[in-house]
Design a protein around this ligand. Structure first.
Ligand SMILES: C[S@@+](CC[C@H](N)C(=O)[O-])C[C@H]1O[C@@H](n2cnc3c(N)ncnc32)[C@H](O)[C@@H]1O
Length: 206
């Protein structure tokens, strides 16, 4: 749990307030994008675990008017101009994929260009349990990405580092031509979170 005093001292929190982003997480996506170039103009992007919407706000500016951002979360997301919002539990991959396709926002296709996921469980304080739940959510994000991405599409998801991390990293590596792990400067210093990036989705795996 982050204390309120800690938050108000946090420079990314202050910047987000000043610049109109709904979360300080918006800067993590900017730092990921600076380094890995996952999103292009005109792309269809799925944002998993998107509330309150900082990543979606940023992604929308990158895809532009010809692109699409579809934001998915368990929680309510306030309207974001030109962003499609879905309330769904991503651990039910089938229902989430159906809801995404049901929006008819995939520009007449059956696939998407990029899946971004900042999904995280509510922290219980039990580190092992939180790491396990983070793994389950990240696996759901990977399953949804594998079902929706076009060949050569891109993926990023958050995961808490722990016993299961290597196993998850390998699962991403099996499906993408290039896989990297990255901790953006905007992540809090004592956070266990890391982002796993997959570039170049391989539709079929030998
Ligand atoms: C760190 S926040 C995301 C912040 C967001 N990227 C932003 O910039 O505003 C993690 C989100 O994951 C969501 N989440 C957790 N479990 C989920 C699930 N099973 N299905 C969908 N969303 C989930 C939470 O509701 C929460 O909004």
């Amino acid at each position: 749990m982050v204390k309120r005093t800690e938050l108000t001292r946090d420079r990314f929190y202050k910047r987000a307030k000043e610049e109109g982003y709904r979360s300080r997480s918006a800067y993590k996506l900017m730092q990921i994008e600076d380094r890995f170039k996952l999103i292009n103009t005109g792309d269809v992007v799925i944002d998993l675990g998107a509330a309150p919407g900082g990543w979606s706000q940023v992604a929308k500016t990158w895809v532009g008017d010809n692109g699409v951002v579809i934001s998915v979360d368990l929680q309510h997301i306030e309207k974001i101009e030109h962003v499609v919002i879905i309330k769904s539990d991503i651990t039910d991959a089938e229902a989430t994929i159906k809801a995404i396709k049901g929006t008819n926002s995939l520009k007449g296709r059956d696939t998407v260009d990029v899946v971004i996921s900042d999904v995280a469980p509510n922290l219980s304080g039990n580190r092992d349990y939180d790491q396990f739940r983070s793994l389950e959510l990240s696996k759901s994000a990977l399953n949804i990405a594998a079902a929706l991405l076009r060949a050569e599409g891109n993926f990023v998801t958050k995961i808490f580092q722990g016993d299961y991390y290597n196993q998850f990293y390998k699962a991403v590596k099996d499906r993408f031509r290039n896989t990297k792990a990255y901790s953006p400067g905007a992540s809090r210093k004592r956070s266990a979170e890391v982002y796993v990036i997959g570039k170049g989705f391989r539709e079929s795996v030998q």
